[in-house]
Design a protein. Sequence first.
Length: 369
Amino acid sequence: MQKTTETVLEIDLNALRQNYQYLTSKIDKTTEVMGVVKAFGYGSDAVAVAKELISLGVSYFAVAYPDEGIALRNAGIKTPILVLHPLPATFKKIVTYSMEPAIYSRSMMQQFITFAEKENVTDYPIHLKFNTGLNRLGFTADDTAFILENVSKTNSVKIQSVFSHLAASEDHLEKDFTKSQLDQFRSISEIILEKLPYKPFRHTLNTSGVLNYPEAQYDMVRTGIGLYGFGNDPKENSHLKPVATLKTVISQIHTVKKGETVGYNRAFKASETTKTATLPVGHADGIKRLFGNKRGWVTVHGKKAYIIGNVCMDMIMIDVTEIDCEEGDEVIVFGENPSADELTQVINTIPYELITGISQRVKRVICRK
Ligand SMILES: *Cc1c(COP(=O)(O)O)cnc(C)c1O
């Protein structure tokens, strides 16, 4: 590993590999895996992650928006791509790049069929998304007759898969709710499968679904956060390894005398002589202001150093009074220690938000540890 000389987000493909192996150990060998690589691969590097996942056996990718899929296509990736959140305005991009839309409403279905007919495509793969309780996107059980009728009237599209999304698969207190979602999905998808002359595949589990409800794996699972090293549960986290490590360096060290202050609005006041280090990473890089004023911390030579004062746009200051360190030394903002999980707990959010929020200004470095 090269010595860190600036702020970088290291992406460890061996950790990805290990996480993939752990997650797939929970499901049958014949169950396929859809790698969820939306939002730049949860803030990592979607192309590097996708290529590694192909070598591991992933057979589908999911992105939220078409541009995310186009980035994969431009990198030469030919694997099928499900676009989770298409809009009529993006149909053209989706078809041009051979991506497959999730169809989630009657009007979207009619508009896509009209579009597909105009484009002269046949059997274009579409995926039916059903709302079973998340109340975000999706058809309801009442829509099945409409869907079947519209699909039977055209040869421009074919139903490639039927899916739904769980609202609280990580929450053990919501088991009954999750089971009712799974029951609804089973009955809706059975109706669709019974009435069609061909057999679409089915999928409804996200990462925590795989870990907690493997009995509902159907033909495929859609895993995101677990691949990147988080299992929404301390026990699961111990089997997974964070793929992303945000590293930086100490730009400058100051000795701040008792009574002096640090940073904007003088938010930190030294009650005694304090050694501080300034780091080249700030809220524009994704380190939220909520982490300021000793809520968040980083690790310097394995030791905990709190963020003091307010987080600036491009910098943070940390307290290194008790740490033997100098300018140029490496700092871990998150990774193995602190983990994005423990760090986000103090500001009442989840690792998803921290890792996807590291801005594109931060250079991604691919490695295998
Ligand atoms: C983001 C997303 C996933 C992945 O969820 P994880 O909790 O990250 O595994 C799966 N399915 C849908 C529809 C999603 O939007």
